[in-house]
Design a protein around this ligand. Structure first.
Ligand SMILES: Cc1ncc(COP(=O)(O)O)c(C=O)c1O
Length: 373
């Protein structure tokens, strides 16, 4: 490949599948015999759902989770055979796809229960496994506690439906013990109500990454996303040993000197205080570098041993750095935007957001390249 081509290589998200496997095994250890359901929604938090599913499937995963029917269909079409839980459930017209692609929908509303109950009975088809969701405090998806029994009755009476799971979602397992305790108490009540109806789902789950990191293991399964990708649910979470699986690396497009007093980027908010070396890198906010004031004033990247502060407003495709501390930097050099350092949480701090958004914010035009495949 010629130098000219290399220097214009776009940003690349390097994904280390070995680390994802290792993180998964660490989560399994932490889960102590409970089923670990890796969450692969949003293209596996930007890591590539199919690649992650293919890396994990040989490890005998009980079930994957995605957000939408379409995400599950894409995995099936690509040959993934592991059961797939669809976290947001389905719209009634999608039920044919749910059946055809053997997806496991979450049931959250009376309308979804009605659609399932109305399915034509077909002796030849395997019963459709579903997970029933209880809203214990997130006020998002899920039956309220008083709606659970009627819903279970209806689903139990329906031919061709099997209640395989009962689940809830924790709103603040990493920050509010009391609120989490209340949610778990309500979930316990839902489990008991099912038991009194003689329904004992094999997969009962509540814990996301924060639940795994901050609570004692409970129920029969867990649903981690962020931890699988090697990022803890808080910048300094308790030590479950996981390592970041994604590194966003970007080439330097060009390096130039500007004299003291020169404004840099939109709005001229950065003005060189002295003669300054500006390195422009081939990635901007469309690629996952947040465009916020804090990114402009506090953000930095590392190059070799040097820290290069962001200089001026992040653009859509490009970001300028004050590279005065790295005299050797040249077009074509590669810098790390986030990964082991700076971390996704560093970037999140500058962006005023969280690590989930940093990972899922890596643009779709950024090529993913894999190691450990
Ligand atoms: C229902 C559900 N379960 C599990 C997860 C995984 O969460 P986390 O990435 O915090 O582990 C999510 C993600 O938002 C979710 O929506």
């Amino acid at each position: 490949m010629s130098e000219a081509t290399t220097t214009h290589h776009p940003a690349t998200a390097w994904v280390n599948l070995d680390r994802i496997r290792e993180n998964f095994q660490a989560l399994r250890g932490q889960a102590g015999g409970r089923a670990v359901i890796p969450v692969l929604k949003a293209n596996a938090y930007g890591h590539g759902a199919l690649e992650v599913a293919r890396a994990l499937e040989p490890l005998d995963v009980a079930m994957f989770a995605v957000a939408y029917v379409d995400e599950g269909v894409a995995l099936r079409r690509a040959g993934i055979e592991t059961p797939i839980l669809v976290l947001t459930g389905f719209a009634p017209p999608q039920l044919d796809a749910v059946l055809e692609f053997r997806l496991t929908p979450v049931v959250s509303t009376p309308e979804q229960a009605s659609a399932l109950v109305a399915l034509p009975h077909d002796e030849a088809r395997e019963p459709l496994a579903v997970h029933v969701k209880v809203d214990t405090g997130m006020s998002r998806l899920g039956f309220r506690i008083q709606e659970i029994e009627p819903a279970i009755h209806r689903l139990e009476d329906a031919e061709g439906i099997r209640i395989e799971g009962l689940m809830t979602h924790l709103a603040c397992a990493d920050e509010d013990e009391d609120a989490t305790r209340k949610q778990l108490d309500l979930f316990d009540e839902a489990i008991m109500r099912l038991e009194t109806l003689g329904v004992r789902p094999s997969l009962i789950h509540a814990a996301n990454s924060a639940g795994m990191a901050f609570l004692r293991p409970s129920h029969t399964a867990v649903r981690p996303g962020l931890l699988l990708y090697g990022v803890t649910p808080r910048p300094l979470a308790p030590p479950i040993v996981v390592r970041p699986a994604m590194e966003l690396r970007v080439r330097v497009a060009l390096v130039k000197g500007v004299s003291a007093g020169t404004p840099v980027s939109y709005g001229g908010k950065f003005v060189a205080e002295r003669d300054t070396v500006i390195a422009t890198i081939n990635a901007g906010y469309a690629d996952g570098i947040p465009r916020t004031d804090a990114m402009r004033t506090k953000g930095f990247v590392r190059f070799g041993g040097s820290v290069l502060p962001v200089a001026g407003t992040v653009c859509m495709d490009l970001t300028m750095l004050d590279a005065s501390g790295a005299p050797r930097i040249a077009a074509g050099d590669e810098i790390t935007v986030f990964g082991d350092a700076p971390t996704a949480w560093d970037l999140a701090g500058w962006a005023g957001t969280n690590a989930w958004q940093v990972l899922t914010g890596v643009g779709s035009r950024v090529p993913r390249r894999y190691s450990g495949a």
